[in-house]
Ligand binder design. Structure first.
Ligand code: FPP
Length: 225
């Protein structure tokens, strides 16, 4: 099968990783952020063209304010410290999700990060923030209704926030849970799934290599024989 063109990751287990070490949950998210930067570099070095990371779901927005504030602070750090790194690596950054649900300075940093990295041609890093698959599908359906005519699959895909990206070939979920949690519901119809027992801050570059190797050994039939 070779290298997947698009890898999506549900970065789960930050909270449990921290709890086990008697640290506050946000310390787990901070370690997760460090891991996220290194893992995406590693994926692009391996030849992956698109990496989509689930950084915050719409449902996560109902977490206690203290945890959200900690996460928002990490988003600010990420966008202010990592955008130049992406420029150097020739990677373009895209942010999907409902940015209106975030503090306005973060939404602005995200859009500025996209603009600053728009010339990146080696790969695309897609951050899903305040993202929900159902919410995305509903907003596409509503846009279609407003358009007033029936759509085929390609037409509908064009209304999704991921319209410019290929569907994920491989979806990795860390944290020993086996569910999609409202991530890329339309896009993952034929995606290969890989579940790791490791908590996200402990998911190493070598673990990613194992997932890529596992993917390389799979046979994709897309419902055919
Ligand atoms: C899930 O772990 C993880 C999150 C809700 C946030 C993911 C965020 C990061 C990896 C870092 C920050 C991101 C950016 C873009 C700077 P959990 O808290 O649900 O873990 P648990 O299931 O163990 O409680």
């Amino acid at each position: 099968m070779g290298i997947p063109r698009h890898v999506a990751i549900i970065m789960d287990g930050n909270g449990r990783w921290a709890k086990k070490r008697l640290l506050p949950r946000v310390a787990g998210h901070r370690e997760g952020m460090k891991r996220m930067v290194s893992l995406s570099d590693h994926a692009f070095d391996a030849g992956v063209e698109y990496v989509t990371l689930y950084a915050l779901s719409c449902e996560n927005l109902f977490r206690p304010q203290a945890e959200l504030d900690g996460l928002f602070e990490l988003f600010r750090t990420y966008f202010t410290q990592n955008v130049e790194h992406l420029v150097q690596k020739n990677i373009s950054l895209r942010v999907i999700g409902d940015l209106a649900l975030l503090p306005s300075d973060i939404a602005l940093l995200a859009r500025k990060g996209e603009e600053r990295t728009a010339g990146g041609t080696r790969g695309t890093l897609v951050l899903a923030v305040a993202y929900g698959g159902r919410q995305e599908l509903l907003s596409a359906v509503n846009a279609a209704v407003r358009g007033g005519k029936e759509l085929d699959e390609e037409g509908f895909r064009g209304l999704l926030s991921t319209a410019e990206f290929p569907d994920p070939d491989l979806l990795i979920r860390t944290g020993n849970e086996k569910r999609l949690s409202n991530f890329l519901l339309w896009q993952s119809a034929y995606t290969e799934l890989y579940f790791s027992e490791k908590m996200f801050p402990a998911f190493t570059d070598a673990d990613l290599d194992r997932a890529l190797k596992d993917y390389a050994g799979r046979e994709r039939r897309y419902g055919r024989i």
